[in-house]
Design a protein around this ligand. Structure first.
Ligand code: NAD
Ligand code: IPM
Ligand code: MN
Length: 344
């Protein structure tokens, strides 16, 4: 097979060790991939003045997929600069409108909840909404200062993410939870509800329930087993998926895929977590979220056997009790155990 070409962006902090671990696992899985590494990061910004070169997006366009660690080192570069200079433009430029984030417990991992009986697929709108970037500040530094951050929801954007959610629900257990705050936000979120109802008519086999974001947060903790596919806007989905990671046992377990379902450009795969400056260089970052994300990448590229082998090895590792408690086993020990299970 012609190998798939992967653009690797380790980024900042623990992005480097977790992507290294994941790519070692990918290499051992029998997947046919070829990787080119781009050093775009906060360090890159401090030496060049830009998070990525001007032709960065054009360069990435030539790849089959992008694999990213994490971006951000707020003590050196403001997040508003680093994230808007690298991660967020990639999601937008390649119209990776569906951010897919699965939440379930790996075998042997004890989450904080009473139940382990949940399997949630969060689908986060990934290109607009509260992350539109529209807005501004006036009378800066004066008592009259006003800051405006405008959410933008388009029919195209709302319809396509909800449709994607309906399709996923149809392929799973047939349940779709649509998350809004339409009791308080009477323009965008009422619009979202209307589109949900329109699409529901086209998917009579999918059972749709509407939730407010606050109530959904409580439900994910109290009754996660009642949820199947959960669709939310950009910001609500961001918050819900750190909550989802928490009920999986921690940020180090949660994987994500930023997908352009039309496949016009490359999709991007990355853990839900960030660069974790508080534990960077300590050798204790959990690489499982990155490894799981790599398996999602291989699935997306059609290398489903290698993807499945990686997931089986990951699950065998946690079933042995390795890496099950965040902070106990190091990055290297977990990676070696996954590699051993891949061979065995
Ligand atoms: P974070 O996810 O980096 O860390 C939150 C907490 O979880 C920290 O205590 C950290 O040590 C822990 N943690 C995260 N990943 C872990 C792992 N794999 N193993 C063990 N523990 C882990 O969130 P933050 O502290 O809010 O953000 C740090 C930086 O990362 C910021 O610059 C932020 O903007 C950025 N960020 C980037 C991404 C991304 O690139 N996709 C995602 C989230 C945050
Ligand atoms: C994530 C991150 C990013 C987001 C930040 C770093 C901009 O939290 O991927 O979940 O909010 O999308
Ligand atoms: Mn987040």
């Amino acid at each position: 097979d012609t190998p798939h070409r992967i653009a690797l962006i380790p980024g900042d902090g623990i992005g480097t060790p977790v992507t290294e671990a994941a790519l070692q696992v990918v290499a051992a899985s029998g997947a046919a991939v070829e990787t080119v590494t781009f050093p775009w990061s906060c360090d890159h910004y401090l030496t060049t003045g830009a998070m990525m070169p001007e032709d960065g997006i054009a360069t990435l366009r030539g790849f089959d997929a992008i694999f990213l660690g994490a971006v951000g080192w707020p003590a050196r570069v403001p997040d508003s600069v680093s994230l808007h200079g690298l991660l967020l433009p990639i999601r937008k430029a390649f119209v990776q409108y569906a951010n897919i984030r699965p939440h379930r417990l790996l075998p042997g991992v004890e989450g904080p909840l009473k139940t382990r009986d949940f399997d949630i697929l969060c689908i986060r709108e990934n290109t607009e909404g509260e992350y539109s970037g529209a807005g501004g500040r006036v009378h800066v530094g004066t008592p009259d200062e006003v800051a405006v951050e405008t959410s933008v929801f388009t029919r195209t954007g709302v319809e396509r993410i909800l449709r994607f959610g309906f399709e996923q629900a149809r392929a799973r257990r047939g349940q779709l939870a649509s998350v809004t705050k339409s009791n308080a936000q009477r323009h965008s979120m009422v619009f979202w509800d209307e589109v949900t109802e329109e699409l529901a008519a086209q998917y009579p086999d999918v059972q749709v329930t509407r939730y407010h974001i606050d109530a959904m947060c409580a439900r994910m903790v109290m009754a996660p087993e009642t949820l199947d596919v959960v669709v939310a806007s950009n910001l609500f989905g961001d918050i819900l998926t750190d909550l989802g990671a928490a009920i999986q046992g921690g940020l180090g377990f949660a994987a994500s895929a930023n997908i352009d379902p039309t496949r016009q450009g490359p999709s991007m795969f990355e853990p839900v977590h960030g660069s974790a400056p508080d534990i960077a260089d300590q050798g204790i970052a959990n690489p499982m979220a990155a490894i799981w994300s790599a398996a999602m990448m291989l699935d997306h590229l059609g290398q489903t056997e290698a993807g499945a082998r990686i997931m089986t090895a990951l699950e065998a590792t946690t079933a042995q009790g390795i890496g099950t408690r965040q902070g106990r086993d190091g990055t290297e020990a977990i990676t070696q155990a996954v590699l051993a299970n891949l061979q065995g």
